[in-house]
Ligand binder design. Sequence first.
Ligand SMILES: *[C@@H]1O[C@H](CO)[C@@H](O)[C@H](O)[C@H]1NC(C)=O
Ligand SMILES: *[C@@H]1O[C@H](CO)[C@@H](O)[C@H](O)[C@H]1NC(C)=O
Length: 227
Amino acid sequence: MRSTALLTFLVVFVSTAIGLTMADTDEHSTSSDVAELSKDTIILFSETQKIVENIQSNAGSLLATYLSFQGAPLSNPEYHLPDVKIDNLPTAAMDNDTFLSQTDETRLKNNLYFYSAIVEFLQIVKTEQEDLNPFALDLTAKLEEAVANSTTLSNKISAIMTQMGMSVTIEFPKPLVVPYEGSSYFRKKLRGGVICKEYKDRVFLTKRDFEFLAKKYQGQLIQQQEE
Ligand SMILES: *[C@@H]1O[C@H](CO)[C@@H](O)[C@H](O)[C@H]1NC(C)=O
Ligand SMILES: *[C@@H]1O[C@H](CO)[C@@H](O)[C@H](O)[C@H]1NC(C)=O
């Protein structure tokens, strides 16, 4: 089981390396930022990468399922969610320079913050939807799955950071999920949609993060594999 996970990590690494130009990490990461990874950390990296790949399809279908239950205009197939910013929920939108220049600690901590926080946002969406759409059992199941998978991810990422000697303390703003003023159904539905979209986009970004790390630590991964 363990060696299968490690192998997956390596296979994914190789296919990533072939798919990307080699120049982009070399020029951005300084050698002082390259940590010595323990074997356990490498195994955790590969397990996390595998989880992210496995949850991608649920993360994608959650948004589509969510929108399909909200009525017009949100349920129109051609509907595009407006660029609404959710308080205290960082967006996954990021330019490539920022993506490439992050330290491991920032990269991991951004993920840890997001998956720890999104659980609370998704739980509120679930409660709202149980009220607005009590018969949308498929949606409820997908929201529960997203909560479970986010919890798994934050636990894994926290374990990686602990093994790498990084602090896993996160200070959340209080309240994390800012309550509504008034009670517009439309705004509530919209906010839920943006939360589902941020989850989907973040899972994709996390996948990129772990591909980036697999590439960065390629040398150590191969060495560990040979031992
Ligand atoms: C995601 O959560 C669901 C529901 O708990 C679970 O069945 C599934 O195995 C999880 N996926 C991963 C990759 O952990
Ligand atoms: C960012 O990098 C990805 C993958 O290397 C590339 O596909 C994408 O076009 C880049 N985006 C920008 C805005 O340069």
